[in-house]
Design a protein around this ligand. Sequence first.
Ligand SMILES: CC(C)(COP(=O)(O)OP(=O)(O)OC[C@H]1O[C@@H](n2cnc3c(N)ncnc32)[C@H](O)[C@@H]1OP(=O)(O)O)[C@@H](O)C(=O)NCCC(=O)NCCS
Length: 135
Amino acid sequence: MVKMKNDKDMISPPEKTPTIRVVPLPADTNAYGDIFGGWLLSQMDLAGASVATEITRRRVVTVGVEGMNFHKPVFVGDEVSFYTDIKRKGRTSIAVHIEAWARARTEDQSRMVTEGVFTFVSIDENRKPLELPKT
Ligand SMILES: CC(C)(COP(=O)(O)OP(=O)(O)OC[C@H]1O[C@@H](n2cnc3c(N)ncnc32)[C@H](O)[C@@H]1OP(=O)(O)O)[C@@H](O)C(=O)NCCC(=O)NCCS
């Protein structure tokens, strides 16, 4: 069971550099004009894969997503920062907790919009799981 953040933890973003920072555009909206959940998921997947690949230095694939929470909406033009934190390294897999924080470009305050734990598996050229490098 993944322990998610409570309201107290959602006041300010992590004090570190985000893995990626992206601005969603009108093409990323759903039928109601808010940013599509699938856009957020794909950005989280990209951020998580990036940090997992720093460890494996080999191709990774996403094998599972846990505890995905959409806390607040995201709007066109927000600056969205994706912060990653390695939660667990297994034999062939790496679990990454990912938080997305959005900020309206004219404001100072950020809000936590989504979080989830994405698990990536290192694979070889035959798409078979590959042991993580020893550190
Ligand atoms: C990822 C894949 C290669 C794993 O193959 P597999 O034969 O199931 O491998 P295993 O059962 O040995 O599992 C490999 C690791 O994944 C972990 N795992 C498997 N399913 C998981 C899940 N749903 N959530 C979290 N971890 C999972 C296992 O615990 C194991 O971790 P460990 O080696 O660190 O202990 C295979 O499932 C696959 O190709 N899936 C499709 C991936 C994909 O296309 N993703 C979308 C695009 S990137």
